[in-house]
Design a protein around this ligand. Structure first.
Ligand SMILES: C[S@@+](CC[C@H](N)C(=O)[O-])C[C@H]1O[C@@H](n2cnc3c(N)ncnc32)[C@H](O)[C@@H]1O
Length: 468
């Protein structure tokens, strides 16, 4: 009867790659359960058997039971949600298949082992399957102990074979799959390890990032190990050819690769426009006029972000009438300091000085030509009608024209939202025009937008501004 399940990482199939801890664990298992995935991975089943033969003491009796893996249909053209659902169903079927086998074990077989290729923590569902089994038995009052023993994973062996670290100094490393690579790739990710890639997805990155270094490896740890390394644009054809030939020879292929940033590449992303970071001096020089104060918004301010959005007035003037969820409000607030540092958006909290309460939010977003900032704002219902918006707009304009490179602030409101326009005009913004059907309404119609601008004072009266 089952008492213990051991999930044992066996590396890439070479007994020399099995850790001492894993080797000792192998010798404690009565029954190994191995997924039978059909003909294509017969070589891998043989490699697992070789590990057992080499490392399990000859006087220890054990059995290997093959459990037929439920079939999983090809997933190439499925959308991510359907893919996720299908994988979850497939896991449930696997749990059932293993439970059926384990519950039939004779009384003297108490320790079951799962041999996991590489490391159980990386792109392997055994831990999830065993968690589900253990929970299922716990619900029936049966306690089954389980542990996980680490193994050498494909990325580790890849790095060792190429004699490289996986990351540049102090930079991150991102591990992903072939099906996600192109959507996710960004130089800001650092070096990228790609696994489970049936189609060499990095081919699609050659034009955009020809200078990436590709460190590719297949059948790592086996006698047929293959390695190719070089500048992505230079070696991609070779990898394609070597890969196709090897797949033809073996009938299957397992490969992993690392896309390395060139050694002198900056560690931050340069995707999208580069901005001058907004100044941080604001943190120790609070902006205020005695009635309201502005300070940079951060993660702790998520409730005012939500309150400013989720009220009848704001939803009516908004674009889609959708309330902001707590998760979305938390995320928006949490991202604010990073956006500030990137120089894209400066988000502020409007604080009521008398009570110290958060009265609203205000942002300046760099948009359009250089030197132009788009201003957006909103005060929560309890603080409306007290001139807070006008005060906050005056403060932010003074800040923008003193501490940043912004030359022109713009804002706009739906044509019927006269209160918003009045607050802007009192703060010195000048109405400039009306843009037809620019802003969507919750009911699917569109409204005209009235636009305003405020120019940096020293330039407001120069000839060039007066001419047009
Ligand atoms: C289901 S994941 C299992 C990963 C495994 N748990 C590990 O720690 O490496 C299978 C993927 O691992 C990589 N992989 C596994 N064995 C490999 C090998 N011998 N050589 C190269 N890549 C391998 C391939 O990217 C393959 O698509």
């Amino acid at each position: 009867m089952i008492k213990r399940i051991r999930i044992i990482g066996i590396g890439m199939g070479d007994p020399d790659h099995v850790t001492g801890e894993a080797a000792r664990a192998l010798g404690t298992v009565d029954v190994f359960l191995v997924a039978d995935k059909g003909e294509t991975t017969a070589d891998l089943v043989a490699a697992r058997q070789a590990v057992c033969d080499a490392l399990i003491p000859s006087d220890h009796a054990y059995r290997v039971v093959e459990v037929t893996d439920p079939r999983r249909s090809p997933d190439a053209d499925r959308d991510p949600a359907a893919y996720g659902r299908r994988v979850r169903d497939w896991h449930a079927e696997r749990v059932d298949a293993y439970a059926d086998v384990i519950e039939m074990l004779p009384a003297e077989e108490t320790t079951v082992g799962f041999l996991v290729w590489g490391d159980p923590a990386l792109y392997d569902s055994t831990i999830r399957v065993v968690d589900a089994l253990v929970e299922r038995w716990a619900a029936r009052g049966v306690t089954v102990d389980h542990d996980v023993i680490a193994g050498i994973s494909a990325p580790q062996l890849l790095a060792a074979r190429h004699r490289i670290p996986l990351n540049r100094i102090g930079a991150p490393v991102h591990i992903t799959t072939g099906r996600r690579l192109v959507d996710e790739f960004d130089p800001g990710l650092g070096d990228v390890v790609v696994m489970l890639d049936g189609h060499l997805a990095c081919s699609a990155l050659v034009n955009g990032y020809p200078d990436l270094e590709l460190c590719w490896g297949a059948y790592l740890g086996s006698a047929d190990e293959l390695l190719v390394r070089g500048r992505l644009a230079d070696v991609i054809d070779e990898v394609r050819r070597v890969r196709a030939e090897a797949r033809e020879r073996h009938g299957w292929i397992m490969d992993t690769y690392l896309l390395r940033q060139p050694a002198d590449a900056p560690t931050t992303s340069h995707v999208g426009p580069a901005f001058t970071p907004f100044p941080l001096s604001i943190e120790w020089e609070p902006l205020g006029d005695g009635v309201v104060a502005l300070r940079p918004l951060d993660a702790a301010d998520w409730e005012v972000v939500r309150a400013e959005h989720n009220n009848e007035e704001s939803l009516r003037w908004g674009f889609d009438g959708e309330a902001l969820t707590e998760a979305a409000a938390r995320q928006k607030a949490a991202e604010a300091p990073r956006e500030w540092r990137r120089g894209r958006v400066a988000r502020f909290v409007i604080v009521d000085v008398a009570s110290g309460e958060r009265a609203g939010v205000l942002m300046v977003m760099r948009m359009g030509p250089p030197g132009v900032g788009l201003v957006g704002y909103g005060v929560v219902p309890g603080f409306r009608g007290r001139g807070f918006t006008t005060r906050a707009l005056r403060l932010v304009a003074a800040w923008a024209f003193t501490h940043t490179d912004l030359e022109r602030l713009e804002l706009g409101h739906k044509v019927g939202n006269v209160a918003s326009g009045r607050a802007a005009e009192r703060a010195g913004f000048i109405a400039e025009g009306r843009l037809s059907g620019r802003l969507p309404n919750p009911d699917g119609t569109r409204s005209d937008e009235v636009t305003y601008a405020l120019i940096r004072p020293s330039r407001a009266l120069t000839e060039s501004h007066r001419v047009e």
